[in-house]
Design a protein around this ligand. Structure first.
Ligand code: ACO
Length: 327
């Protein structure tokens, strides 16, 4: 059954500073050729030292509000998906709320790594469908540059900073979620995580010396699980929607690595021409990756009202999800 919600505005905030693969060659033992061949990434954007995640949330929200013809005071709730919050608490959503100067409405974060945006969209849809909320902001936002070890070539070449926001409201027409699915497997948590800084391993001189507050990743295992879970989640929601890949106007997968996108497409039987990618210019911007890709596709005129879109995500946790949405 169609769940009648509509994305009425989108907006992205990309920090102006660019770090190219050639810049990274000067920082760690790597090469432009290796990074491009293994990940598809040429460059990524990085914030300046004054900017935190909530600043990017607020900036992208103002653009999304303008696109929707709304003002900040019209928002009904703020949901921020992030793996790189301003602070452990308050939630980044509350810091963004302060910046937008709209106290009063609920504001909270979703911690589901790269799948966070789809988790947020699912939750926002349920709140809108309940009839009790309108104009819910769902923002995917990351400042990965602050939690990456810039001496570790396995991880520092992959990630980028940025945010993208959407506003979700009820739909009177055919727009809506046709099928969706979320999943997680906590037994795989230590394949991709930030070990220190929480209650399991609080900050100490030792954790700082060992750089345990940065992203730790077992790349090959992550790769394998990403392809299987994103591919199978995509197949599942297509089946539940009673459609095939041929009915989809555009596939918008999480942009972790171009080879992961390519292998996921092959597993789900979706041609690359039906897929939008932005990883070459932004790198992996975990929870922001899907809304950034959506917004980029909209700006490039690849999506029109009534199109069927397929989303699929995968991230630390492990978490994953997929959705068929009629735009
Ligand atoms: N530059 C040059 N060489 C490198 C680099 C680098 N930046 N990084 C690793 N290497 C070397 C390795 O040391 C290894 O050398 P060795 O053969 O002498 O041991 C060699 O390259 C091959 O390394 P692999 O790890 O086998 O390379 P692989 O093809 O698996 O690619 C990569 C590594 C890109 C990390 C890949 O495994 C991957 O993309 N995994 C998924 C990562 C990901 O998407 N993470 C985010 C998930 S989403 C989230 O929730 C945050």
């Amino acid at each position: 059954m169609l769940r009648r919600i509509k994305i009425i505005g989108t907006g992205s905030a990309i920090p102006p500073r660019v770090i190219t693969n050639f810049d990274l060659e000067k920082m760690v033992d790597t090469s432009d050729e290796w990074i491009k061949e293994r990940t598809g990434i040429s460059e990524r954007h990085i914030v300046d030292k004054e900017t935190a995640t909530s600043d990017l949330v607020a900036e992208s929200t103002l653009i999304a509000l303008k696109a929707a013809g709304l003002e900040a005071k019209d928002l009904g709730a703020i949901i921020v998906a992030t793996a790189s919050p301003d602070t452990a608490y308050p939630p980044t959503a509350c810091w963004a709320q302060k910046k937008l100067n709209i106290p009063g409405i609920p504001a909270f974060d979703i911690s589901a790594a790269c799948s966070g945006f789809l988790y947020g969209l699912e939750l926002a849809s349920a709140l809108v469908e309940s009839g009790r909320y309108r104009n819910i902001l769902v923002s995917g936002a990351e400042v990965m540059s602050r939690i990456v070890n810039w001496e570790d070539r396995d991880t520092c070449v992959i990630f980028g900073d940025g945010a993208s926001s959407v506003i979700v409201d009820r739909s009177d027409g055919e727009s809506g979620i046709i099928s969706s699915y979320l999943g997680a497997d906590g037994t795989l948590g230590d394949l991709l995580y930030q070990p220190a800084g929480g209650t399991r391993m609080p900050a100490s001189q030792e954790t700082i010396d060992k750089k345990l507050h940065t992203v730790h990743m077992r790349g090959k295992e992550v790769f394998k699980h990403a392809v299987r879970t994103m591919g199978d989640a995509a197949i599942r929601v297509l089946k539940e929607a009673n459609i095939t890949n041929k009915d989809i106007a555009l596939f918008i997968p999480h942009q972790a690595n171009l080879r992961i996108v390519d292998a996921t497409c092959r597993r789900a039987g979706i041609p690359m021409e039906q897929t939008h990618t932005i990883i070459h210019k932004y790198g992996n911007v975990p929870a922001a990756s899907i809304p950034l890709t959506l917004n980029d596709a909209l700006q490039k005129g690849r999506i029109k009202r009534g199109d069927l879109l397929l989303f699929a995500a995968f991230g630390g946790g492990f978490t994953w999800g997929a959705m068929v949405l009629r735009w």
